[in-house]
Design a protein around this ligand. Structure first.
Ligand SMILES: [Zn+2]
Length: 426
């Protein structure tokens, strides 16, 4: 009897030891691999994954005998996509009525449930990582969505989040309601240098990975130049950026008009969001300082007809600026502003298509949506390419995206951290 117990304990120890020491291994046979690093695709690559990490990538290699293998030999395999500008808490805001309704008639818990749903939509479209740049009145609930995903409670992409974002009092909706009513605001109202530092500290305390602020509003053309009203004084904007950087957080500025972009660059931000009104001089400055441009073309084109006014001309201006920015070496990271359009209506991978239409090669566009935003997020060592040592965030499409970039809108396989979330490969 004693011997039996000893043997049982020994086998139990061996079993526990084995399961703790040897994470699950799996191999992917890729017909074509666009690893995000090589100039050309690698034919018949073998990717070996251990746990949540890529162990090895070998051209024409053989899977170790007995290892579970996923056959993607008829597909093109790429690194998981990254959308550097989303709003999971928002579901379309072409008109101010659509926006106001969400803030006034939907509770934050309800919006968070839809936020988790939207994150899952992104994941199934191949976006294994998002930078979500403000909750639009849903306070800090993006931190909760991020946490539920990170803990494996619900499916979704990896996330870096900005929580509430900032604008001075009276410069961001909801606006136009009777002063007798207390209505929610889409951002945190922030005034003065001390107020700016305090707001950064508070957002960081509740889990902001990024600080986002609104550099401008009221966009108008004078000749061909898109101008805007700048929201914060230079002292306030500098205080936001300085305090964020002091706490190890990076700063994203919504900046559409040339004045707003110039003010954000003076303040020292890390990324310019939208950037419709870029001029040659501003592009030169961004290239010199290494500030990223997140153009969000998908939303610009989508909302322009419904909004009218200057919006169609602003979308045209982006199209003119895009090839200039490429030529000047501005770092362009893919961002869509999903949430600014309904997540159920458009696939965020549409953004890749615009980049190619506007002057990138398909390979440049793929990098703009993988390795470049990985660098923007400070996760280059873990994301953005299919290489040994990186997280196993891997997607596949049936056709060749180097010939037809719209293939990226038809992702058939999604793996995040070694777990398969979608496999429609026939
Ligand atoms: Zn946005």
């Amino acid at each position: 009897m004693r011997r039996f117990v000893a043997a049982f304990l020994l086998s139990l120890v061996t079993f526990l030891g084995a399961s703790a020491q040897t994470p699950h291994s799996i191999a992917i046979r890729a017909g074509k691999l666009i690893d995000g690093k090589s100039e050309k695709p690698i034919e018949n690559a073998l990717i070996v994954i251990e746990g949540d990490t890529i162990k090895s990538v070998t051209p024409s290699g053989k899977a170790p005998s007995g290892m579970e293998t996923i056959d993607l030999s008829k597909a093109t395999v790429l690194a998981g996509f990254i959308d550097a500008h989303t709003h999971v808490m928002l579901n379309g805001d072409i008109t101010s009525e659509e926006y106001d309704t969400q803030l006034l008639k939907e509770s934050i818990p309800y919006r968070a449930i839809l936020g988790a749903r939207n994150a899952d939509i992104a994941l199934l479209h191949g976006f294994t990582t998002l930078r979500d740049v403000e909750t639009e009145g849903a306070m800090f609930a993006d931190v909760d969505v991020k946490m539920a995903i990170a803990r494996g409670e619900v499916p979704g992409p990896r996330m870096q989040v900005a929580t509430r974002a900032m604008a001075p009092t009276g410069m961001y909706p909801l606006l136009g309601y009777s002063w007798e009513l207390k209505v929610p605001t889409g951002v945190q109202s922030v005034d003065g240098v001390d107020g700016a530092r305090k707001a950064v500290r508070e957002q960081a305390m509740y889990g902001a990975d990024w600080i986002k602020y609104y550099s401008d509003r009221r966009y108008h053309f004078e000749g061909d130049v898109l101008h805007s009203m700048v929201n914060f004084t230079d002292e306030e904007a500098r205080a936001i950026v300085d305090e964020a950087h002091r706490l190890g957080k990076k700063v994203a500025a919504h900046a559409i008009g040339s004045d707003g972009i110039a003010a954000a660059l003076r303040a020292g931000v890390d990324t310019i969001e939208h950037g419709d009104g870029l001029t040659d001089a501003l592009m030169d400055e961004m290239a010199k300082k290494g500030v990223y441009w997140v153009p969000t073309i998908t939303v610009g084109v989508y909302v322009a007809p419904g909004r009218g006014g200057n919006w169609p001309k602003m979308a045209d201006l982006q199209r003119e600026n895009f090839p200039k920015a490429i030529k000047k070496g501005v770092k362009i990271a893919l961002g869509t502003d999903a949430g600014g359009f309904d997540w159920k209506v458009l696939n965020e991978a549409k953004e890749f298509e615009y980049y190619v239409q506007y002057g990138m090669t398909p390979m440049q566009a793929i990098r703009a949506g993988t390795s470049v935003p990985a660098e923007l997020l400070g996760w280059s060592d873990k994301l953005g390419t299919v290489e040994a040592g990186k997280w196993a965030d891997i997607v596949a499409v049936s056709g060749d995206p180097l010939k037809d970039i719209t293939e990226l809108q038809r992702v058939v396989f999604v793996m995040k951290g070694g777990t398969v979330y979608k496999n429609d490969v026939k």
